[in-house]
Design a protein around this ligand. Structure first.
Ligand SMILES: Cc1ncc(COP(=O)(O)O)c(C=O)c1O
Length: 423
């Protein structure tokens, strides 16, 4: 979708805010201020109360660029879809907040029926808790003294905090830290699905770790997690299903072994956006940790779904980057203001929403390039375009806030409080 950026309201000649008055007084004879253009920088907008936002009636096309936008109707449909399908399949949703890093979206996920959220980093957990989210599973093992201490301090204030562990040594450190704080920590054992990235091998090693957690004085075993990142983007539904079920079989067997040994298996968490409708077929599986489903992106749309083999359209793309055309002087191409610092260099590259016959590249730091298949086609300087993102998680981490849009109007401004919380 594209629209002209100069959205001039000829009816209202009044200058509405001090910034414009200030600017126009600066050099009255020499500076031509287009005072009728509604346009707000991100720093101005961050001070808008919801009431003022509502009164001001800002269109998405008034936003300064590059800006990160989320379409509320699509976001809400994605939330409902995950909830409906997981419920239908007899499991729960525990969405991964690493994707959005935004407490407001976590609140919507909880309101939609999620049993809690996941976080990748202890700093994300702290931010979420600070903003009222109190059912949190940290899926990454914390190995340094400092992070272990932070995780256990969080647990002290947040009774529904659960921490993953993947080694006996780490479990002992967690137990010592929990004892020192006078608490009992809730723990899941992270089981490796065969990627050898994190987790302990399934079977006997995982069982022994679960037994140790169960015995250590200040830990409470809650079950396991097994996230198979390598299966999420397998192309084609049947191939993805086969790989997922093959690779999670050992984790499912481990849950069976734990149950036989009298251990707690109330949690068997894992899976993501690519396998949310497959994971429940594993015996004992309890909840899916999908993250990207809220926003979607070109990487996910390319994998194909159960009912549409070309496009994975179980969830729709809600997240876009608004960008402005800066240069239209060269045939067959234009330059925009959204390069690598606004879009990342992940691939497949971003795509202009609602358009075909053109290729976007965000390889330059500051500039995007749009090449048209038909060289006579173009956009003009000042026009704004919406881009569907390549890979949502790293894009979100580039912005302080996102604009929540409904019917092209800015309905809310959501702070990405977890931005940069990577430790
Ligand atoms: C442990 C864990 N669970 C769940 C997810 C969510 O995956 P997706 O965004 O593909 O749904 C991730 C993403 O990397 C993850 O690392």
């Amino acid at each position: 979708m594209a629209r002209f950026g100069l959205n001039i309201d000829y009816k209202s000649i009044k200058m509405k805010n001090n910034r414009r008055r200030f600017l126009s007084n600066l050099g009255s004879a020499t500076i031509m201020i287009p005072s009728l253009i509604k346009g707000y920088t991100s720093s101005e907008l961050q001070h808008f109360s919801p009431e003022r936002l509502n009164e001001t009636n800002i269109s998405i096309w008034d936003l300064d660029t590059p800006s990160l936008c989320v379409d509320l109707d699509i976001l809400e449909a994605n939330l409902s879809k995950l909830q409906a399908i997981t419920t239908q399949n007899g499991i729960a949703a525990r969405p991964h907040a690493k994707t959005h890093k935004c407490p407001q979206i976590a609140r919507l996920q909880m309101a939609a029926g999620s049993i809690g959220i996941c976080v990748a980093k202890i700093s994300e957990a702290e931010v979420m808790f600070d903003h009222g989210i109190d059912k949190i599973l940290c899926t990454t093992t914390n190995v340094t003294q400092d992070k272990i201490k932070r995780a256990m301090s969080l647990k002290k204030w947040c009774p529904d905090f659960i921490q993953a562990t993947d080694s006996p040594a780490n479990a002992r450190l967690l137990s010592e830290a929990a004892s020192a704080m006078g608490i009992t920590a809730d723990i899941v054992v992270d089981v490796d699905p065969g990627m050898h990235r994190t987790g302990i091998p399934a079977g006997e090693p995982a069982l022994q770790l679960a037994q140790l957690v169960d015995q250590l004085p200040s830990l409470r075993l809650r079950g396991i997690l097994c996230y198979d990142g390598g299966s999420q983007h397998v192309s084609g539904f049947e191939a993805r299903k086969k790989q997922t079920l093959d690779r999670l079989a050992a984790a499912a067997d481990t849950v069976g072994m734990m149950r036989k040994a009298g251990l707690n298996t109330e949690i068997f968490s894992g899976g993501g956006t690519g396998t949310y409708n497959i994971d429940h077929e594993n015996e004992g599986f309890t909840d899916v940790q999908a993250g990207s489903y809220v926003f979607m992106d070109n990487q996910y749309m390319a994998i194909g779904g159960e009912h549409n083999t070309d496009v994975y359209d179980d969830f729709r793309p809600s997240l876009t980057i608004l960008t402005t055309v800066l240069n239209d002087q060269y045939e067959g191409r234009v330059t925009t203001d959204a390069g690598a610092k606004a879009c990342t260099i992940n691939q497949p590259w971003p795509a202009v929403k609602g358009q075909s016959g053109m290729d976007y590249r965000s390889g330059s730091d500051e500039f995007g390039t749009l090449i048209f298949n038909d060289p006579s086609r173009t956009y003009r300087v000042g026009e704004k375009l919406e881009l569907i993102v390549s890979h949502c998680d790293p894009v979100v981490n580039l912005y302080d806030q996102m604009y929540a849009i409904r019917n092209e109007k800015v309905e809310a401004i959501w702070k990405i409080y977890g931005r940069g919380k990577s430790s």
